[in-house]
Design a protein around this ligand. Sequence first.
Ligand code: NAD
Ligand code: DAU
Length: 348
Amino acid sequence: MQKSILITGGAGFIGSHVVKLFVSKYPNYTIVNLDSLTYAGNLENLKEVENKGNYYFEKIDLLDEKGLVDVFKKYQVTDVIHLAAESHVDRSISDPLAFVKTNVIGTVNLLNAAKSFWEDLEDHLFYHVSTDEVYGSLDDGGFFLETTAYDPQSPYSASKASSDHFVRAYANTYGMKTVISNCSNNYGPNQFPEKLIPLCINNIKNQKSLPVYGKGENVRDWLYVEDHAAAIDVIFHEGKSGETYNIGGWNEWKNIDIVTLLCEIMDRKLGNEKGTSEKLITFVKDRAGHDLRYAIDASKLEKELGWKPSLQFEEGIEKTVDWYLSNESWLKSVTSGDYQNYYKEHYE
Ligand code: NAD
Ligand code: DAU
């Protein structure tokens, strides 16, 4: 069957890298990007594929049930890779309902559209892209395995955990072919500057303070976004139906160490005297319910499907800083308007 893949959230950070990879690597596939273009969605991220013959864009909200069904019909969708979501933990703390709507109801709407359109569910795949945050916080050491019990701690992770459960329920109840991956923190080009790394790069550029929550001791495992997209490619094509795969970089950093590293890199690139940017570091009120540590054990994906991260963090972070420094107009356009209001409300 000729593949016609519906990728949701393709105008966002990770989705845009997945769309670019699939459009260029698989010219025989039809790639449909469905995105409602929230503050986090930006078609600028897709400039290099927008004129490709196998790429289509549909501005549709996951809450628009009829719109979803129409897209399945229009493109004869054979498979789904579902990334669209509200993705920022801090926003979930101030507006949990928005996360229930998009991440939970939106995912169920998409599952229903697929179930109603696909005649033989055995012939199609529903791939749900999820997060390691569903497993909770590793306060006493160890790693998240695919078998780790769910223990979400924030409204964001609760909504993603719920959507994961719905996907598994559709596999169990209706026989839908599904796969889920749970990935650690991504970084790289096109990440919206509400997230730690691009926020710090932008603030250093503008000589603004660098807000580190609490004592900066929280630990995250960081993966370059193109390595996540490559993992999604492998799992989509080789993953076993009904399985879950953890994706991670074996690359744990305390927040304060990441921020200090960014200060050093930026000082070097901007020709500042050593130590200039570090003076901007400001410890601020901690995030409510802040998970202490996430760490992924990605051995299942490595052993069973042969994926591993391709980039060392030192290389990836240099590439990321270079991208933000040479894409000033992108950064300016996403940090004007609403972003300024968000920033004031959240940080000032
Ligand atoms: P993002 O916020 O950058 O992009 C989300 C995209 O979804 C945007 O283009 C937005 O317009 C779209 N969207 C939001 N609500 C929508 C709706 N109701 N209908 C249609 N489109 C809508 O997110 P991201 O960081 O690229 O994350 C993508 C996915 O990967 C999410 O499901 C997230 O939970 C998951 N994830 C993210 C990370 C990470 O570090 N960023 C790590 C693991 C998993
Ligand atoms: O683990 C995967 C998750 O990673 C994804 O599912 C989420 O979509 C993604 O946003 C990310 O969540 P985090 O909350 O870990 O990412 P964020 O960049 O918001 O924060 C990273 C760490 O830095 C976290 O411990 C909070 C801290 N932080 C963040 C911001 C924005 C600060 O200290 N200061 C800040 O201003």
